[in-house]
Design a protein around this ligand. Structure first.
Ligand SMILES: [Zn+2]
Length: 470
């Protein structure tokens, strides 16, 4: 029987689970050898294996790929490092990350990229790739980073936060002329160029007005960064992307009007990938009244009306990915914002709640399993050309998250692995239906029932699959 299937004894079988993919949800068994999926069989046939995991009653999805997080390492390790951050990932069902270049130094050249890989590879529990910053001050270094293995470029349209210039070398567009040049160079590669879209001139106008009123309260942050800043930045970027032929990615989108522009340009053939985050899909600016500076993020939380409309763009496929924008800081850094909101850094942790919050939406009927698999893994793997990742299919890496939808539980910050859990205020205490109970990286269990058992150094550096790869 085994020979008929071309299977000698395999390393691992996950049996009896409901397999989740973007094209189908079905019962079956998965066989793994040397960290790769070698067979997907009917329930009735269980291949002989060294190890067997019984997933009866559970869902088996490909491991979550999280392409928008900040782990800081090798600098600011008091906020987070690659070990604490990737432990949080393992706890949350995430098996692959693409880390953003904000650090000291930022990733803005082939050398800073290599140094970063060197500094973290013995620390990572899961597979990881990096972006390279693309700014007015490192245009000449963009192509060497593409050659050295970045997954994409990252550029901020807003100016760097005051006092954090070192973390943002090679990360700011500065003006429209430089933005156009960044796109021209990105177009010579096949990599996505990612943009934080808030128009700097408009931010200056609105922040100036709020400050002129003497306001420093948390809600002043919301009023200083209105939706129009995202909409104008999006319009400008997309017009330039059409002109230059660059592949662009709109990160952490928070407005329906920005997304409507993206739909228009997509129809014109512009290559656009789009992220949003649980905070924009599930929260609104009213949440800032309770959480104060801990809810400060850029772009800021929006109105309930905007939040509700964003779901239309999840459902019609405009939004490709739901990502965390996990941004760890110290409690002391965030608390400054109670006196003056403009002094607190923007961002909130999210690695341990991304999948649970979205499972809850599956339980509520707002997302299907197929959509979940697309938004949290399959689309991400396609956009970044991670050919080994993102789907339960023969030949792909055996990265999985096992999910128990019968578990109802409360988000509990005290159980978290992220070093920045003290700043986690936004979803604490939420009731969630559905829980990741096992995370598996290339055939090895790295989280079991909430306990992370993977080891630092087991994660591998990944780069995009070469384009002519057969
Ligand atoms: Zn970010």
């Amino acid at each position: 029987m085994e020979e008929e299937f071309g299977l000698s004894r395999v390393d691992l079988v996950i049996k009896g689970g409901t397999i989740v993919r973007s094209d189908a949800v079905f019962k079956g068994n998965i066989a793994v050898k040397d960290g790769v999926i070698v067979a997907i069989t009917d329930e009735a046939f269980v291949p002989a294996s060294e190890e067997c995991i019984d997933a009866t009653g559970q869902y088996v999805m490909t491991g979550v790929i999280e392409p928008h997080l900040h782990l800081r390492d090798p600098s600011k390790n008091e906020r987070e490092d690659f070990t604490s951050g990737t432990m949080a990932c393992a706890a949350g069902g995430i098996t692959t990350i693409v880390e953003h270049p904000v650090s000291t130094p930022s990733v803005h050249s082939a050398t800073t990229l290599r140094n970063r890989i060197e500094a973290v590879q013995h620390k990572s529990l899961i597979d990881f790739g990096f972006y390279g910053g693309a700014g007015y001050d490192n245009l000449d270094l963009m192509l060497e980073m593409a050659e050295a293995g970045i997954m994409g470029f990252k550029t901020f349209l807003p100016a760097s936060p005051p006092g954090r210039e070192q973390e943002f070398i090679g990360l700011n567009a500065k003006d429209d002329g430089f933005l156009y040049q960044i796109l021209e160079i990105a177009a010579k590669t096949d990599l996505p160029a990612l943009f934080h879209l808030e128009d700097n001139t408009l931010l200056q106008l609105f922040e100036g007005r709020v400050r002129a009123q003497g306001r420093k309260d948390p809600m002043a942050h919301i009023d200083s960064r209105p939706e129009i800043a995202e909409i104008v930045a999006t319009a400008k970027l997309l017009a330039m992307a059409q002109d230059t032929g660059a592949k662009v990615q709109l990160v952490h989108m928070s407005t329906d009007r920005g997304l409507e522009l993206a739909k228009f340009y997509r129809k014109q053939g512009v290559s656009i990938s789009i992220e949003s985050c649980p905070q924009y899909l599930l929260l609104s600016k009213e949440d800032m009244e309770a959480a104060g500076p801990f809810a400060k993020m850029n772009p800021p939380l929006r109105s309930k009306e905007t939040q509700r409309k964003l779901w239309n763009y999840v459902h019609d496929g405009t939004i490709d990915m739901i990502v965390t924008d996990h941004s760890p800081f110290l409690v002391s850094e965030k608390e400054i914002g109670y006196e003056d909101i403009f002094k607190a850094p923007p961002g909130h942790p999210g690695l341990e709640t991304l999948l649970p919050l979205m499972l809850n939406e599956v339980a509520n009927g707002r997302l299907t399993w197929q959509q979940l698999s697309s938004l949290l893994a399959e689309n991400v793997a396609r956009i970044y050309r991670m050919d080994q990742k993102g789907r339960i299919d023969i030949g792909k890496d055996a990265d999985f998250v096992l999910i128990d939808m019968k578990q109802e539980w409360k988000v509990d910050v005290s159980q978290m692995y992220t070093r920045s859990k003290g700043t986690f205020k936004l979803f604490d205490g939420w009731n969630i239906k559905g829980k990741p109970v096992k995370t598996i990286l290339r055939g090895k269990v790295i989280m079991e029932n909430g306990e992370v058992i993977g080891k630092p150094g087991e994660g591998r550096f990944i780069r995009p699959t070469p384009k002519n790869h057969a």
